[in-house]
Design a protein around this ligand. Sequence first.
Ligand SMILES: [Zn+2]
Length: 251
Amino acid sequence: MSNPLNKHSIERYSRQIVLKDIGALGQKKILNAKVLIVGAGGLGCPVAEFLSRAGVGTIGIIDHDKISLSNLHRQSLYNTNDIGKFKVQIAKDKIKKINPNTKIKTYKMRLNKKNFIKIIKDYNYIVDGSDNFSTKFLLNDFCLRFKKTLITGAISKFDGHVFTFDFKNKKIPCLRCFFQEDQISDDLLNCEAEGVLGTVAGIVGTIQANEVLKKVLNIGQNLDGHILIMDLLNLNFRKVKLKKRKFCFCK
Ligand SMILES: [Zn+2]
């Protein structure tokens, strides 16, 4: 294993190593995990922060955008001085300060079929923090093809959704089982047009990070084949089981 558990890291992670479900063995699994985060925005920021604090050894971040003033109410790795700079660069700098042991790879690009095929192979877990359905479908299709674990998040207004797809398990449904690409509009996820409360991004991103750690550790109940629907205005949380669609391409 590439990341030994030395005295310093035992101290750094002591409050989670002490957990019965984690221990030194679980911490080693976290240190050896490779997670790719797509989108360094409202969801990607808390995902990157908490995974690096937990000790995830390698974190990849894909984003093509620069930080703007209207990002700051929800994108928790950035501050006023960062406006106009590339998100991946600032995210990398901040995470290095949080945990210098985290290996960070950044990809300053828009994701497409061609570039993604080269990137995805280096990672076991893919976290979708994108804000559009074309990226979500692309991630779904590639994670299915390469049998990766995909943790998808979506936010709008006061609502959040989290899906987990562990494509090593052939029986679980995929994103296309629930949404038909031609029937769904990106306006649903458009923070600019629809608005979103900053805390909603923090909550949903933190739940995604939590699901990644559970998957790495293979503990607890996961969301495979389910969608977690959160109405954070009225504090209603629902976990809904979803069925595989008969003629979906994931069959
Ligand atoms: Zn499907």
